[in-house]
Design a protein around this ligand. Structure first.
Ligand code: FAD
Length: 1013
């Protein structure tokens, strides 16, 4: 029968009848004498029942499972049990309560109780794995084969955090292939699994995850990542060719999808693998555009005249993908209606079967309806039963497996091998999958849904066939109806259009260099004889451009223009002022990639960080615009009759905005736009390292309609132009972000030289000496990656950067070893190269200061990682300083106390959380801090006792987002309220109250007639 025949309505109906008949047949073969979701073991079954009955309990239960392998003693197990299950709102069932009693700190039963728990947990985890290593897996694999079940072996382990871990993973696969293939040669043949309609099948079949093979894998560096993974994979595939094994590439999170397919097709296109037909890849039916993936694969295979195996799955990362998309403001790449995934699975199964000339189909599901659809379609198309295979996960759906075998179909199990710790993420994914409300296995074997219900055809939603939205769409904001604030979505670099857009913008901007920018005074460009050169820190020989420098007369003119513009701007409706910000945001969106590219050239910001900086600038404009509208209407205060009290705000006057270079657009935009929208007029002085980025903001605000004089731009050195603004008598308000020394100096000067008739208000956001505490029970994959990101992102040049990590003793050695290796793996190079993880620092002076601290560290601590200058020097004479990590650092050491603003990290050891907190709080700063822990008690304690402006738990400590993470510290970290938060704008305003006595001759208007509500 040809493919077209399957599409007529009557054939569709008869195919549906066959699918249902096949599904009923499968169900009839299921031995339902002992129905259970996963396991016959009473304890394990009970645990699954509890999880399914109570969502809150499920979270705690699975969190306990997740942390369990890192708990090193009975006391730790007992403590975590108590902490997880005695939280408010968590109702442990009777048996668990009894276990908790036995696990009390003083209970004589404690050792025995924790022994039992350990045994049960391990036995549970072992349901899903076939062995701790290849050798121990052999007997289980033999047992599978004896039962007529094939396998595909997966070495447990998720993303590698360092190149040494990635290399070890590759080595293990090579060894595995050698060992297994040697053993397999002696196995007796099992025709059901060793033979397909197209010929013999390899006995050894392995599944590989690309993220394990390259620790620096990143879709932004698409080409580099593809090449690195191919390099790591090539010897494995070569070994498979030699040993006669099968290799499958698993599909992971969506962001690695395109990369995985490119690795797969490019590698197989290499001459040595052209004839290799024992390779496979996965298609995830939950992806809205999975049909395109399949079409591309079949097209490629046909064009090359080759055959590949495709494993069709629904997809294992559904929760992750949906949460991530929502957090980032990206369109979800997955369907959000379960029947859509099911329907897509059936549709793709059909496409695969119709392409049997180039695709060897494998259907991986535990869902009887999904499997029946594949089987019935195959039979309808005239394919023999050995022309495809069914795959299921080890430890899941055993009853369905028995039915599949009884039908005489070929069955392969996905068989993970490895230790429990690296396997925990896999284990937890399986638990979540089994207990999800929409899981087929749960419906069939736990909730007792009827067969009719379980086999009805999936009903796709109305938008099932709509072309998937690839990029977010952000409409301009109308000041009359602004709608709720939403963060500007960062570029999703898994999307090729975003990568191309940013890389093209980098080339365009580079071609336009050197740029030139005048001052802006009273709405007019002003050119002055003095020039300030802006150099590319990655190539100091390249001038990014020059800007005109302001002299004393320019400062005076700018302030005079701002003063003159003030009354009209102050009295302009808030909507008009907010409108300027919203239009500026829209202009920035239109120029986003170019603005980011300019930051890369001028501030050496990497592509991702530069994109984030422009997004943050847009966020400030959108957020403060809305805040101004919120604060504008006068508020009624007090309720006494006969009196109306109105509380409202007025702006302060001329604001001097003095900004740093490390967030060259975002911070300048944040401070300037807050001042402006509040009704102040602004004189901006960008940092001398990033004057061209600063000039863009002035241009954009002007283009957005800021009236002449309301926004003025001066350029020059801080000690000249900045100082002149600080002491100018017409300046009412100074908004500064930068170093502690300069901040304190500004406050002093502002107090010494007050305004004409006012005390100058100073808002000063200063530095930090931020620490992350790594608890004994921390997930070290998370801890290492988040510390590396927080300490070395943008070369550590962020006030929020992590410069101290305080590790609890039990985790210390392993953490430090992995941290050092992960940091060593970071590639150092120019920021416009997507492969670079670390670029140069901003200037030669900054590099000299950092080098002094490194030398200091060498004297007062032990270098755990030093990055010497390469013999041939750094590329293009850029201002590079490689990352440095010091251990044995005393809490009072200079490198543990002073802000360094560079890639230098001090690691300190603490015996317990008490000591960790003393160290963490033991500096004069209080900006950001972090805790990586899976202990609810430690988390609760740090919330209160880790005294910093922004505390981040189980994540990195940089990258605060407007509105979600209002940002700013206290102590020596600054005076001022949180940027991007609800109190920020108030600092640019003065509150006033007008009280009117409405009582005349003894009568007052009724309260509702009073104005000002
Ligand atoms: C042998 C084998 C290999 C596998 N390899 C991979 C792999 O390489 N990569 C990978 O990602 N997965 C892989 N999986 C996992 C697979 O993707 C599924 O997560 C799992 O099999 C559950 O799907 P099901 O059809 O068995 O069960 P069902 O219960 O029918 O389906 C559950 C699945 O539906 C989807 N879903 C759940 N809720 C919704 C919703 N609201 N809207 C839309 N869709 C929803 C999810 O994908 C979920 O896993 C593999 C599975 C097997 C059996």
């Amino acid at each position: 029968m040809d493919a077209r025949e399957l599409t007529s309505p009557s054939i569709e109906a008869s195919l549906e009848a066959e699918i249902q008949a096949t599904a009923r047949h499968l169900f009839s073969l299921i031995d339902d004498a002992r129905p259970s979701l996963l396991s016959q073991e009473r304890w394990q079954q009970e645990m699954m029942d509890w999880a399914m009955a109570d969502e809150r309990l499920k979270v705690e239960l699975f969190r306990f499972v997740d942390v369990f392998p890192t708990l090193r003693s009975s006391r730790e197990i007992a403590r975590h049990l108590r902490e997880y299950f005695s939280q408010p709102g968590v109702e442990p069932p009777g048996a668990l309560r009894a276990a908790l009693g036995a696990a009390g700190p003083r209970s004589p039963l404690l050792p025995a109780a924790t022994r039992v728990i350990r045994r049960e947990m391990l036995s549970f985890a072992h349901r899903f794995i076939v062995g701790d290593d290849a050798r121990s897996a052999l007997s289980e694999l033999r047992r599978l084969r004896d039962r007529g079940v094939g396998f595909t072996l997966d070495l447990l382990g998720e993303a590698s955090v360092s190149e040494s871990e990635a290399a070890a993973y590759q080595r293990r696969y090579l060894e595995l292939l050698d060992d297994l293939c040697a053993a397999a040669a002696a196995w007796p043949a099992v025709p059901a699994i060793d033979q397909a309609s197209w010929g013999p099948l390899p006995r050894v079949n392995v599944s590989i995850k690309v993220t394990s093979l390259d620790s620096q894998i990143d879709p932004l560096d698409f080409r580099g990542s593809v090449d690195a993974v191919k390099d790591a994979l090539r010897p494995v595939v070569r070994k498979a060719v030699e040993t006669g094994a099968f290799v499958n590439l698993d599909l992971e999170q969506f962001r690695y999808r395109d990369l995985t397919y490119t690795v797969f097709t490019e590698l197989l296109d290499e001459p040595e693998f052209r004839a290799f037909d024992q390779a496979g890849v996965v298609v995830q039916a939950y992806l809205r555009d999975a049909g395109d993936d399949l079409q591309a694969l079949t097209g490629w295979a046909r064009a090359r005249g080759r055959v590949v195996t495709v494993r069709l799955v629904k997809g294992a990362y559904w929760d992750y993908e949906t949460v991530l998309a929502e957090q980032e403001g990206w369109p979800a790449p997955v369907f959000t209606h379960k029947p859509d995934s099911d329907a897509n699975f059936e549709r793709l199964a059909r496409t695969m079967l119709e392409s049997a000339d180039v695709i060897r189909p494998a259907f991986a599901s535990h869902n009887v309806r999904s499997l029946a659809a594949a089987v019935a379609t195959a039979r309808r198309l005239g394919l023999p039963d050995d022309g495809f295979e069914i795959q299921m996960l080890h430890g899941m759906g055993d009853q369905v497996k028995a039915a599949v075998l009884a039908m005489g179909l070929r069955l392969r199990e996905y068989a993970p091998v490895g230790e429990v710790i690296p396997g925990m993420a896999y284990f937890v994914r399986r638990l979540l999958e089994n207990t999800a409300n929409e899981s087929f296995l749960r419906g069939a074997f736990a909730d007792g849904a009827g067969v009719d219900e379980l086999i009805t055809p999936p009903a796709p939603s109305a938008d099932h066939d709509a072309p998937p939205r690839r990029l977010p769409v952000v409409e301009p904001t109308d000041p009359a109806a602004p709608g709720p604030f939403e963060n500007q979505p960062h570029a999703d670099f898994a999307r090729v259009e975003n990568r191309t857009k940013h890389l093209k913008a980098l080339r365009r901007v580079a071609d336009r260099l050197p740029l030139e920018a005048p001052l802006l005074i009273d709405g007019r460009d002003r050119r002055t004889p003095g020039r300030l050169a802006s150099l590319d820190p990655a190539r100091p020989a390249r001038a990014v451009g020059t800007v005109c420098v302001a002299g004393p007369a320019d400062v005076a003119d700018a302030v005079a223009a701002a003063s003159a513009a003030f009354p009209a701007w102050r009295d302009a409706p808030a909507r008009e002022r907010a409108g300027v910000l919203f239009r500026a945001a829209q202009i920035m969106r239109g120029e986003l990639a170019e603005l980011a590219a300019l930051e890369t050239c001028e501030a050496a910001k990497g592509i991702r960080e530069a994109d984030a900086d422009v997004c943050e600038a847009i966020d400030f404009l959108e957020y403060y615009g809305r805040e101004a509208l919120r604060l504008d209407p006068p508020r009624r205060v007090g309720h006494a009759p006969g009196e109306v009290n109105q509380y409202f705000y007025q702006p302060r006057g001329v604001a001097a905005v003095i900004a740093p270079w490390n967030f060259p657009l975002a911070i300048l935009t944040g401070m300037a736009s807050a001042a402006l929208v509040a009704g102040n007029t602004v004189v901006m002085k960008p940092a001398e390292q990033t004057p061209l980025v600063g000039a863009q903001l002035a241009r954009i605000l002007r283009a957005a309609g800021a009236p002449a004089g309301t926004v003025n731009l001066l350029q020059g050195l801080g000690e000249d132009v900045g100082e002149a603004l600080v002491v100018h008598p017409e300046v009412a308000l100074i908004a500064f972000t930068g170093s502690r020394a300069v901040g304190l100096h500004i406050m002093q000067r502002a107090a010494e030289r007050p305004g004409r008739s006012w005390i100058k208000k100073v808002i000063a956001e200063l530095g930090g000496k931020n620490a992350i505490i790594v608890d004994a029970d921390a997930d070290l994959d998370v801890a290492v990656l988040e510390v590396v990101g927080s300490a070395f992102g943008y070369q550590g040049q962020k006030c929020s950067a992590c410069s101290r990590v305080i590790v609890l003793e039990p985790a210390f050695d392993e953490f430090v070893a992995r941290l050092v290796e992960a940091t060593r793996s970071l590639r150092i190079g120019p920021p416009d190269d997507p492969a670079s993880r670390l670029g140069p620092v901003v200037s030669a002076e900054a590099r000299a200061t950092i080098r002094e601290y490194v030398a200091r560290g060498e004297r007062e601590a032990k270098p755990a990682l030093a990055t010497p200058e390469p013999e041939s020097g750094w590329p293009d004479g850029g201002y590079y300083v490689g990352p440095h990590i010091f251990t044995d650092v005393a809490p009072g050491a200079v490198i543990a106390q002073e802000e360094i603003f560079g890639p230098v990290l001090a690691v300190l050891k603490a015996h317990d959380l008490d000591e960790a907190l003393v160290i963490a709080n033991g500096t004069s700063y209080a900006l950001t801090g972090g805790l990586i822990s899976r202990s609810p008690a430690a988390i609760a304690r740090c919330r209160h006792e880790f005294r910093v402006g922004n505390l981040y738990i189980n994540r990195g400590i940089t990258g605060a987002m407007v509105e979600r993470h209002p940002f700013g510290g206290f102590a020596m970290s600054g005076v001022g309220s949180k940027a991007g938060g609800p109190d920020y704008l108030l600092q640019f305003l003065e509150p006033r109250v007008v009280t009117e006595n409405t009582l005349r001759r003894g009568f007052a208007p009724p309260p509702e007639d009073d104005v000002g509500e």
